[in-house]
Every structure is written in C-alpha cells, then in structure tokens.
Design a protein around this ligand. Structure first.
Ligand SMILES: Cc1cc2nc3c(=O)[nH]c(=O)nc-3n(C[C@H](O)[C@H](O)[C@H](O)COP(=O)(O)OP(=O)(O)OC[C@H]3O[C@@H](n4cnc5c(N)ncnc54)[C@H](O)[C@@H]3O)c2cc1C
Length: 496
C-alpha cells in the first residue's frame, strides 16, 4: 500500500460522542454509529484502501446539509461527501476522524420540463434513473457511465463523469446547467441555472469535477436530449491492437464523430463474452464497438464510410446490428467489462488516463512492455474515440508484493500518458489514487493556484481532505507561496 492517508487526529476521535449527539440534533433519524453499519461505508470502488468513518450522517434536506457542515466547520471536524460509493479513485474513501456525509436520501426527481429539455434532480438519484424517468417521452440523459445503474448524479457532477456516448454528446460538464451547492461554512449557493450561458465567472465549471472538495451538491439541473430517430452499432474485430488503434484515428481523421467508439483487447473480450455472451469474436486481438445515430440515411452512410476505413486497415470481422436487441447485446459485453474482468482475476485496479488519439498504438505497445516489466497481466477497455484508456491491472492481493507492483505498473502507465501529451485522468478523478502523481503533470505553482481556489471555498481544508492535492498546505501559508528555482516552499510543513 503506497498511498498515505492523512493521520487520524486523536483529539477529534476523543470527541466522537459529542459529534454524534450534535449530528443527532440535526438529523434525528439519520446518524449511523455502530461498527457494523459503518462497515458498509469503509471504502468506495477503489477498494484496496479502507477505513471506518468516525460516524455516518444521512441528511434529507439542504437545510440539514447546511447545518451539518456549519457545525463541523465550527468544531474543526472534517467531512467526506459520498454518493453511491462507486468512485474508482478513492474520492469517497472515509477518514477515521471525519464525518461521512451520505447523500443517498436525496433521491427524488424534482421536476421535468420537456419543452425546455431540462430536469431538476436531487444528487442521490442514480444516473440511469434520470433516463428511465423520461424515456417514455423519448428523452434521455446523455452521459452514461458503465456504473450508471448505481452511481449518483451528485457523484457524476463531482467526478465530471463520462461514458460511452460522451464522444458525441459531451461529459457531465456539458450536460449540467446548474447546481445548488452548500459550502463548508453552511452557505447555500446556486451556480448556473436553466440557461446555457449564465453571467459572471463560470463557477459551475469549477464545481463540476471538483471531487467533493469545494462544496456539497444538493440539487442538479441537467439537460435532456431527444432520442435520435435511428441508432446502429458495429462490431469490428482486428488481428492486431495497433490496427484497431489506427482505425480509430482514421475514423476521427475522416471527420466522423460516432455516438460512441469503444475498444477492448483480447483478455477483456474473452472475459466479457464468457460473462454476458454478447456474441463477440474470440479470435481477434482487439474489438471496436462503433455506434452511429441520427436519421436512418445518415446512419447508413456513416456505416458505409466506417466499413471502408476498417477494411482498409485489414479488419478481420465486421458486423452491423440488425435490431435494437442486437445493438444492446453488442453493448452489454462492454458495459459489463469491469465486473467480467473481476471474474478472471482475484483483484484488479482500473486505471484511467487520457492520451491524444493518434498516440494510441504507441501507448498500447508501451503498455505491453510494462506488463512484462511488472510481471502482471492487463486487460484493456477504452473510450477509444476520446483517447480515454481504462487498463485493468490484474493482481492478487493475497500475494505479498502484488498490490505494490500493480500500483507501480499503474503509475508507469499514467506517466506514459502524460509523456505523450495526455493527462492523468479521463473521468474517474484524482481522488487518492492519482494524488501523488499530480506533480508529474502540474508544477508547484499550478498546484498552489488550484489550492488557492480550494481555500476560497473551504479555508479550513475540512471538506474531503487528503484527496487530489499531494500536499496539505494551510491556506494562510499558501497565500504567501513564492517558488524560487523550483525549491519546495515551507519545507517544514507536514506533508501527507
Ligand atoms: C463498474 C464501474 C464502472 C464505472 N464506469 C465508469 C464510466 O464509464 N465512466 C465514469 O466516468 N466513471 C465510471 N465509474 C466510476 C464512478 O462510477 C463515477 O466516478 C461516479 O460518478 C461516482 O458516483 P458515485 O455516486 O458513486 O460517487 P461516490 O463514489 O460516492 O463519490 C465520488 C466523489 O464525488 C464526491 N461526491 C459524491 N456526491 C457528492 C455530492 N452530492 N456533492 C459533492 N461531492 C460529492 C465524493 O466526495 C467523491 O469525491 C465506474 C465505476 C465502477 C465501479
């Protein structure tokens, strides 16, 4: 285990009974304190790291959230917001001296305006529930993380989540118009609204993707889209991963933006096929799932163009869905790829990095070399059209050094992503997982500027501390940071 969590403050733990009593005064029926109940919250989807929270509180109203945060702020108690706990970067990992603020009871769709194409929802509503609520009127909510059956809209906002259809329709940030947000001091603010272009600084853009560090989101206004008249998916198999990667680059270079363009390598194809029987070919090294949507004539035209490009790259198999049922079957394997890989390995870490699309073949080659170097297998699932990689590093936590090797392998992959001009994360956030790699991408000055923003929202660094930033600065010192010849300012301050 190479990631250090902030040290637990014994003075806060000693005051646990007082904290519990105060929280019960705010949310009488929503405070969990016994070890069995707390166990359910000990980790998120980054399950290699676990810690019981000090206490769990489950508010139901914005006023309760504000009162909890105001109390914790006054008492110097840390708070970790949590949606459904599916984060893969440890964003919702609890801390032993922090209140875990669970948002699961904020589970109502407040209003839908079909004419304006917007819905106002509470943050605990699951991603899929939004589409389910409006699909009867031929509308849907476009961002579709593979975890959409479970993950919450609040978590999606905090992580700026994506999904297979974000290539054409954008990430969460492109589909959220406004939020209500409670700051650590209890102030309730609204950022954005129902229009596309709100006035003033884009604080909505700052809050989306802020990983629970700036405020707690208590209401979200989302864009709804009309379902396209036709949708078709293609399954295209290649004998080499490089050819599949080149085909992705060719499609984009031809000016085509498919609704989704996903790629799986042989281990991922095999695992998914054995799990959901999607009809994937097992004799190929890589599989592309390409979806096109729009008027039927446009879909057919794009399919012709993509077919020509794939054949020019020497594809081994190519099928086009002939019914809605078949299209959904093509996707079923991809959507179940993570749990499918979970069946073939004792444990896995799901990495998340983004690269310029044209570097895909090179990065895949280097990943294969790293797999040999670290002596661990890797199964690859990508949002290939976005250049967003999801290598799943397979390991066995019961074997003494395998977790450490898996973490080092993952770090090496992310270093390669940055080296080729990419970024540390695509959609899973930084959390604790990539926190210590932030200096690979950002200078000390960059990080200090980001922390100053954090200080403007949460000067006491009480909201979700220990995540995203590799060092814990105190806001007062941060204001005076001057970096001279790259020397670390305030070397005397405690680091994580
Ligand atoms: C099988 C699987 C597949 C996945 N596939 C995808 C995918 O395709 N695309 C993708 O982007 N992600 C994916 N994820 C990751 C994860 O589902 C997303 O990051 C999701 O948005 C997290 O939502 P959550 O409700 O579970 O949030 P949590 O895990 O509970 O929290 C995530 C972060 O959000 C913060 N947070 C939660 N609620 C609030 C709130 N109301 N206000 C402020 N901060 C809050 C937390 O503090 C934490 O930092 C996948 C995860 C799994 C397990």
């Amino acid at each position: 285990m190479s990631i250090t969590l902030p040290a637990i403050d014994p003075a806060i733990v000693a005051r646990r009974d007082c904290v519990i009593e105060a929280l019960r005064g705010i949310v009488a029926d929503g405070v969990l304190t016994d070890p069995v109940s707390l166990k359910a919250y000990e980790c998120d989807g980054f399950s290699a790291y676990r810690q019981l929270p000090l206490v769990v509180v489950l508010p139901e109203t914005t006023e309760q959230v504000a009162a909890v945060l105001k109390y914790c702020s006054a008492e110097g108690v840390k708070v970790v917001p949590r949606g459904a706990g599916t984060s893969l970067s440890g964003g919702a990992l609890p801390l032993g001296d922090a209140v875990l603020l669970g948002m699961a009871r904020f589970n109502r769709i407040l209003s839908v305006d079909y004419e304006a194409g917007i819905a106002v929802v509470q943050p605990g509503v699951t991603n899929l529930a939004v589409t389910r609520a409006v699909e009867g009127r031929d509308f849907y909510y476009a961002p579709d993380p593979s975890s959409q059956i479970a993950c919450s809209i609040g978590g999606n906002v905090a992580e700026n989540s994506g999904g297979v259809h974000c290539l054409k329709y954008g990430l969460t940030t492109n589909n959220v118009l406004g939020v209500e947000c409670v700051l650590m001091n209890g102030d309730v603010l609204r950022f954005g609204g129902e229009t596309l272009e709100p006035p003033g600084l884009d604080l909505l853009g700052v809050v989306v993707g802020s990983e629970g560090l700036l405020g707690v989101v208590t209401e979200v206004t989302v864009r709804l889209l009309r379902k396209p008249p036709a949708t078709k998916a293609m399954l295209i198999g290649f004998k080499s991963v490089e050819d599949a990667g080149q085909c992705v680059a060719d499609v984009i270079a031809a000016g085509i933006i498919p609704a989704g363009m996903e790629m799986m390598d042989a281990p991922a194809i095999r695992a998914a096929e054995e799990f959901v029987h999607a009809g994937y070919p097992l004799d190929v090294a890589a599989l592309l799932i390409v979806e096109v949507d729009g008027p039927l004539a446009e879909c057919d035209h794009l399919i012709e163009e993509i077919t020509a490009l794939a054949e020019r790259r020497g594809c081994a198999t190519l099928r086009v869905s002939r019914s809605e049922e078949e299209r959904l079957r093509f996707w079923a394997g991809r959507k179940a790829a993570f749990p499918a890989v979970g069946r073939i390995a004792a444990d896995y870490i799901c990495m998340d990095g983004t690269i310029p699309r044209r570097r895909l073949p090179e990065v895949l080659r280097r990943m294969a070399e790293l797999s040999l170097k670290h002596r661990l297998d890797v199964a690859n699932v990508f949002h290939a059209g976005d250049g967003n990689l999801h290598p799943l590093i397979l390991y066995d936590a019961a074997e003494s050094d395998q977790l450490a090797r898996a973490e080092e392998f993952g770090n090496d992959i992310l270093r390669v992503c940055v080296e080729v001009g990419g970024v540390l994360t695509g959609e899973h956030g930084v959390g604790i997982e990539k926190r210590d790699l932030m200096p690979v991408m950002f200078s000390e000055l960059d990080l200090a500027q980001q922390e100053r923003l954090k200080c403007a929202f949460d000067p006491g660094h009480l909201l979700n501390p220990g995540k995203v930033f590799p060092q814990l600065h105190r806001c007062a010192e941060l204001g005076r940071v001057h970096v001279h010849r790259g020397a670390l300012p305030h070397p005397d301050l405690p680091r994580l």
